[in-house]
Write a protein that binds this ligand. Structure first.
Ligand code: 5AD
Ligand code: SF4
Length: 451
């Protein structure tokens, strides 16, 4: 009689930094490690394997990684004293960009794995345990990765789905074209199979991800074709996508915002600056006028579309009048939410070597002025929902007893009293309160509403 041998149970902790692509990748790493007996844990305390899924986009994000490695060294030593081994893996964009340096600087790190090599994790971990072979794996293509990852396991009613990776835009401030490599789009059939698998597991909302998601041009169709095909999957009620580049917002995609009922009225469209001089130096391939025109056309297609953006202050050569052009653009458009950053020089990118680097104090002052405006716009947008009835996708229970939590079509977080609401339901909620980051509401009973 043969007995099927199960892998020994082990604990896995993944710390995720940076963008939604990393959130997606962390989920896929959990999927690939599950058959080896790794159960995900939400704290590093007793983890046998700790993965830091890192971000290289700004200097601060990178610094965090090295300080976290320091903390993990203590964790590893403490467990070693108890006779337990701990494997430390560094994944993500810092791994890709600074792999050699990590290996040299941090001997406690067992392996360094770039974003295209996650399907190799089981082998890398086994090799690390035997102390044979490479500690560094960063040399694969996006296609190899997607082809080799196991079937998707859904977690919750809202899921990310990566459809595109890498970037060929080469904005002069950005490391992504170097860390995530050339643009790659997954074949449409693969994306649709993953979307159907998610829907079969109860997923109602899919957010398509890519560093340049609307540049998608996978085998089998355009981005608009893909959105339409996902719209036909019965269980999927809501579709979102991020992050987009303005030059890829073509007529077909803009029109779809008015025509595809499942496409949510919310778009994250980074503009970075309102100054044409700075946009040119950033190699953004668009000016303020083109961005304004895209927004006008989007609003013509879908009147209530809520907009979000990314902005950088203190790019090399930015003068007071350039910064004021950014404030003007923000005032004119009115964003429902936004991310704003001080320019951070990234080694190897063209902007890091440009003349006219801006003083830290000036960057701080501009960021404060910009954020005051953005916060006021966000609050005003949230307050403008008071009195409206919004369709809320229930994603879980709220913090208070009897409370449910969900998302509005505009991606706002909504809390409302409801004992019965089940995850995945879409319920009408009357908005009665608004703060900077969330809305409070009351469930509207369908019968009352119909009357
Ligand atoms: N400095 C500051 N912000 C940056 N971003 C990308 N690179 C840098 C940098 N070097 C911002 C951009 C981008 C977002 C993900 O991060 O606004 O859209
Ligand atoms: Fe970076 Fe620009 Fe590519 Fe976005 S479009 S990932 S900012 S290079």
């Amino acid at each position: 009689m043969s007995e099927h041998k199960r892998p020994e149970p082990k604990r896995l902790f993944i710390e995720t930094y940076g963008c939604q692509m990393n959130v997606y990748d962390s989920e896929r790493m959990r999927d690939v490690l599950r058959p080896l007996g790794y159960t995900p844990s939400d704290k590093p305390d007793d983890a046998d394997l700790v993965v830091l899924n890192t971000c290289h986009i700004r200097e601060k994000a990178t610094e965090k990684v090295y300080s976290e490695i320091g903390r993990l060294r203590a964790h590893k030593e403490r467990r070693a004293a108890e006779g337990k081994t701990t494997t430390i893996a560094i994944a993500g964009c810092v791994a890709q960009a600074e792999g050699e340096e990590i290996i040299a600087r941090a001997p406690e790190v067992d392996l360094v794995v770039g974003p295209q090599a996650y399907h190799k994790l089981p082998e890398l971990i086994a090799r690390a345990a035997r102390k044979t072979g490479e500690r560094l794996a960063a040399d694969f293509t996006a296609q190899e990765k997607f082809d080799a990852l196991p079937a998707r396991v859904a977690d919750g009613v809202s899921a990310f789905l990566s459809i595109q990776e890498g970037c060929d835009k080469f904005c002069t401030f950005c490391v992504v074209p170097y860390t995530r490599g050339a643009e790659y789009s997954r074949p449409m059939a693969d994306v649709l199979a993953e979307a159907r698998a998610l829907a079969d597991q109860g997923v109602r909302e899919i957010t398509l991800l890519g560093q340049n998601v609307n540049a998608y041009h996978g085998e089998g169709g355009s981005f608009a074709d893909l959105l339409n095909a996902i719209g036909e999957i019965a269980g999927v009620a809501r579709i979102r996508y991020m992050t987009s580049h303005p030059v890829e917002m073509d007529d077909a995609l803009i029109a779809l915002h008015g025509a595809a009922p499942k496409l949510m009225p919310y778009l994250h469209l980074p503009v970075q600056s309102g100054s044409d001089r700075i946009l040119k130096a950033m190699n953004r391939k668009h000016d303020g006028a083109l961005y304004r025109d895209i927004i006008a056309r989007l609003r013509a297609a879908r009147r209530d579309i809520a907009l979000s953006t990314d902005l950088i202050v203190g790019f090399p050569g930015e003068r007071e009048q350039d910064f004021e052009a950014t404030l003007d653009l923000v005032r004119e458009i009115g964003f429902a939410s936004a991310y704003s950053f001080k320019y951070s020089p990234r080694p190897g990118t063209p902007a890091a070597a440009m003349m006219g680097q801006v003083d830290e104090a000036v960057k701080n002052e501009r960021l404060q002025r910009l954020q005051a405006l953005l916060f006021a716009q966000q609050l005003a947008f949230n307050q403008s929902q008071i009195g409206r009835v919004l369709d809320v996708l229930v994603t879980g229970r709220g913090r208070r007893p009897g409370q449910a939590h969900g998302r509005s079509p505009y991606l706002q977080s909504v809390h409302f009293a409801d004992e019965r609401a089940r995850d995945g339901e879409i319920v009408p909620v009357r908005i009665v309160g608004a703060s900077q980051n969330s809305l409070a509401g009351e469930r509207v009973m369908a019968a009352t509403e119909a009357a």
